[in-house]
Design a protein around this ligand. Sequence first.
Ligand code: FMN
Length: 174
Amino acid sequence: METYRAIVNKRDTRALRPDPIPDEVLARILQAGRMAGSAKAAEPVRLVVLKDPARRAELAACGNFTPHLLAAPVVVAIVLVPEVDQPHGQFAIFRGPFDAGRAAQNMMLAAWEAGISSCPASMHHAEAAAKVLGLPPGHVVANTIAFGYPAGADPVTGQRPRMPLDDYVRWERW
Ligand SMILES: Cc1cc2nc3c(=O)[nH]c(=O)nc-3n(C[C@H](O)[C@H](O)[C@H](O)COP(=O)(O)O)c2cc1C
């Protein structure tokens, strides 16, 4: 798939089939996340992959809009580790979320190229999610992503136009 087409066609999809994702395809998706750059090349992102339905259900209970975590055959939790020079969690405010977002979009686009849809699911109860995942102290869940083959048209997809480019982009000054 041409890169630009993949980027502009990709929509978040919650209607996912339970069919398994082949290991080699999943490996490519995870590799795409690993290759994302990070501020100061600190690499604060780690991934926890969940396939087990019971584990996915536990994680789904930690967010408020998460039915797609139950439908998906694979859920990837994006975890931020505390940086050595920012021991008080400042990474979570400044660099970490940007790095996590880059890894997330890389993975979603690599999946999309392979015909696999995806949708993030926020962990509104972040401490509970950290407990479910068994994270060490100071580690936080930036977000989770459900991956799976599309079950059909997402009822919401296509009805969410983006704002006009002129509203989105300013030139030289706000
Ligand atoms: C940081 C982030 C968190 C999100 N959390 C959720 C969520 O908890 N549940 C959900 O159904 N969708 C979630 N989404 C998906 C958004 O609703 C989706 O990106 C938005 O509606 C645009 O979708 P589209 O690209 O298909 O138009 C999240 C997206 C982002 C970027």
